[in-house]
Design a protein around this ligand. Structure first.
Ligand SMILES: Cc1cc2nc3c(=O)[nH]c(=O)nc-3n(C[C@H](O)[C@H](O)[C@H](O)COP(=O)(O)OP(=O)(O)OC[C@H]3O[C@@H](n4cnc5c(N)ncnc54)[C@H](O)[C@@H]3O)c2cc1C
Ligand code: SF4
Ligand code: SF4
Length: 647
């Protein structure tokens, strides 16, 4: 349950002591003989979707989980149908469901009733089900004869490759590492993104016919000129591979490294840490991962600096070697400029780290690396600070030292543009326009951390949108301005199509009115590309308090963490996923509750014939009977009805 969640139903139409007479109801009074407006059905985007950087159609797959939207094909399970809907926006549901910090849940309107819907737990359930049941991504699009080079195989590159193959373009992915996955494999530890899960989610993209060249670094093994000659378009998804060093005296000491270096070495299977006391400076996800991995690895007494390449269990290999060499646990201190509760790492990751014995000190700034006589790290000198925006202001007289023999800087990353300097915007990144086209570079596009380091879901969103724009570019079409709400939307015409209910062809003959015609979709307005529905437009009184389903978690305490590389999250059961689906309030889309049918005093609202029903086409209005009383609008929990007709 989130901090703000209540255990009681909070929605009240009137506050304590207030009566209807105190409130100006002029606008709301039932004026049966005066109103000239009738209901129309208006689709808007729910705020969960508006807050998901990858643009997932969350409301759609929650409606499938609850059984409101049923598979259009006989024999298809709801899980498969939900998976198909998910991968229209994001091909990594099992990964996202585990490690996305879920901004969608922060935006969820249900927070205004009791507690957010457990969106990413449902996402994980469906993603895992798809993996366990070997679901694939269907067929690639019809061959267009166009070729695209994708540089980098992190979430941005692989997502771009996926959508480009779906559009029928030939795709070659160039990756400098031996394996695909970017930071999902070489940054985030395996107990958060299990490697077998990653292999399946990546494998099904490659199975679409993506050509892969691993161990190939653009700028070293292949030049930009060569790429330009061989391909019709190029997508750069090279991430931010270089960690920022601490900008303090002494950080040039041998045993000062960056978080990216530490985790890359761990994930490659190298065991290198003989340190007993580690200080990690940061506050974001990377710093928590470094400190948590350090606690798991423990202190070892010999170095195995040979690269282990059995490929089977990168990371776990390190664990096995560490297992034989561990003598004692490591003391890991994580420091952050911001107070602990304002650190940018996900709250549950921070809490896990604390429970596993990582000491966290918030509101402190590093001043100097203190070296011993041999020039090695002896301590980190720090002091307390206050933040003035993003600038730390040291508090004089609060200086202290933390004894340590390894300092890890995890304060941010930038791109490694060695050999591809032509792409550099002067700050170690690639600059693009809003359509992800590289500025002043014909046929080059870019997305993910190399344009703005953020989250996996953000990189996936960039890859999806860039692929759409590359497709327009390759077809010689203008690259259109993106919609205001740039996410994957429910599409009523697609919905009708998959149920064999397409509108008829328009025969271009003259006629008076269209109400009886079947070439038009009546009384429906799609505002999803411009409007996000706020909770104030819902009838929240409809929803009773319903506690949120939560995932199980393996809680490791203190030194038990040593050598423990098991996954901590335990996914939902089918029943839990369905229950969370039921908690969704379907903001901005009918969810077939029947309120409007039941409460209409004129019997003007009716259910659409079963044979013609589809999501979004469940109810209709007989306008000959409607008197414009707006009761249907008032009792519609999802805000799908507007008194618009007649305006
Ligand atoms: C330790 C750590 C923990 C994180 N935890 C989370 C988390 O919990 N949740 C979350 O949402 N996000 C997390 N992130 C952020 C997330 O991993 C990144 O935002 C995301 O991976 C960026 O994706 P990308 O595709 O842009 O780049 P990357 O994932 O970095 O992939 C880029 C790929 O390009 C390759 N490459 C680079 N240069 C070249 C070249 N010249 N030629 C060929 N290949 C090249 C690289 O080898 C790499 O495989 C974390 C990041 C780190 C480092
Ligand atoms: S990718 Fe992240 S933000 Fe999007 S639906 Fe999943 S958990 Fe939510
Ligand atoms: S209630 Fe459902 S549709 Fe509304 S914001 Fe939350 S998850 Fe999205």
């Amino acid at each position: 349950m989130s901090d703000t969640a209540t255990t009681e139903h909070t929605f009240r139409r009137y506050r304590e002591g207030e009566t209807a007479a105190d409130i100006d109801l002029e606008e709301k009074i039932f004026q049966a003989d005066a109103s000239y407006k009738c209901p129309t059905y208006v689709h808007k985007t729910p705020p969960c979707q508006g807050s998901c950087p990858s643009g997932h159609e969350i409301r759609g797959w929650l409606a499938i989980a609850r059984g409101m939207d049923t598979p259009p094909v006989e024999g298809m399970t709801w899980q498969e149908y939900a998976f198909q809907r998910m991968v229209e926006a994001n091909p990594f549901p099992a990964t996202m469901g585990r490690v996305c910090p879920a901004p969608c849940e922060d935006g969820c309107n249900r927070n205004e009733v009791d507690d957010f819907v457990g969106i990413n737990a449902v996402e994980q359930y469906v993603g895992d089900w798809a993996n366990d049941n070997s679901l694939n991504l269907g067929e690639p699009g019809k061959d267009t004869g166009k070729t695209v080079a994708v540089v980098g195989s992190g979430p941005a590159g692989l997502t771009a490759a996926y959508f480009l193959r779906k559009k029928g373009h030939a795709v070659t992915v160039f990756e400098s590492q031996e394996k695909l996955g970017g930071m999902m494999r070489y940054g985030i530890p395996g107990y958060r993104t299990p490697r077998d899960m990653l292999d399946i989610e990546i494998g099904r993209i490659i199975d679409l016919g993506v050509d892969v060249r691993t161990g190939t670094r653009i700028g070293q093994d292949v030049t930009i000129d060569q790429l330009e000659k061989d391909f019709d378009a190029i997508f750069w998804g090279i991430g931010a591979q270089v960690g920022r060093p601490l900008p303090i005296p002494g950080f040039d000491a041998d045993n000062c490294i960056t978080g990216v270096e530490f985790l890359d070495a761990f994930n490659q299977g190298w065991v290198f840490s003989t340190a007993r006391k580690i200080v990690v400076v940061g506050g974001g996800d990377t710093s928590v991962d470094v400190a948590s991995v350090a606690r798991r690895l423990g202190h070892i007494t010999h170095k195995a600096d040979k690269r282990l390449s059995d490929g089977k269990a990168l990371g776990h290999t390190a664990q096995d070697v560490a297992g034989t060499a561990v003598r004692e646990g490591v003391k890991a201190v994580l420091t952050s400029l911001f107070p602990i509760e304002e650190m940018t790492a996900a709250e549950h990751e921070r809490e896990d780290a604390l429970r596993e014995g990582v000491e966290i000190r918030g509101g402190v700034v590093p001043l100097e690396v203190i070296k011993d006589d041999e020039g090695r790290v002896a301590a980190l000198r720090m002091c307390e600070c206050e933040m003035d925006g993003m600038t730390p202001v040291a508090r004089e007289g609060t200086e202290f030292e933390i004894e340590c023999d390894l300092i890890v800087s995890a304060i941010g990353q930038m791109g490694d543009l060695t050999g591809i300097e032509a792409m550099d915007n002067g700050h170690g990144f690639i600059a693009t326009d809003p359509l992800y086209k590289v500025k002043d570079q014909d046929k080059h596009f870019a997305g993910g951390d190399i344009i703005r380091p953020h989250l996996l879901t953000t990189a996936i969103g960039h890859g999806r949108v860039a692929a759409e724009n590359i497709d327009h570019f390759l077809a010689g079409e203008p690259m259109n301005k993106r919609p205001k709400v740039d996410v994957h939307h429910f599409n009523l015409l697609n919905e009708l199509h998959q149920r064999g209910l397409d509108p008829e062809e328009y025969d271009h003959t003259q006629r008076r009115g269209t109400s009886e015609e079947h070439f038009a979709v009546h009384n429906y307005e799609d505002r999803s590309t411009t409007q996000i529905i706020p909770h104030t437009e819902l009838f929240k009184g409809h929803f009773a308090y319903e506690p949120r389903e939560t995932r199980g978690e393996v809680r490791i305490v203190g030194d038990d963490v040593l050598g423990n590389f098991e996954e901590r999250i335990q996914g939902f059961t089918e029943e839990q996923a369905q229950k969370e689906g039921e908690r969704c309030m379907s903001c901005g889309m009918c969810f077939e509750c029947n309120n409007c049918v039941n409460y209409c005093p004129q019997d003007a609202v009716f259910r659409v014939k079963k044979s013609e029903r589809a999501v979004g086409r469940y109810v209709d209005t007989d306008y000959a009977k409607c008197i414009g009383c707006h009761i249907c609008m008032d009792v519609c929990p999802s805000g799908y009805i507007k008194m618009g007709l007649g305006e």
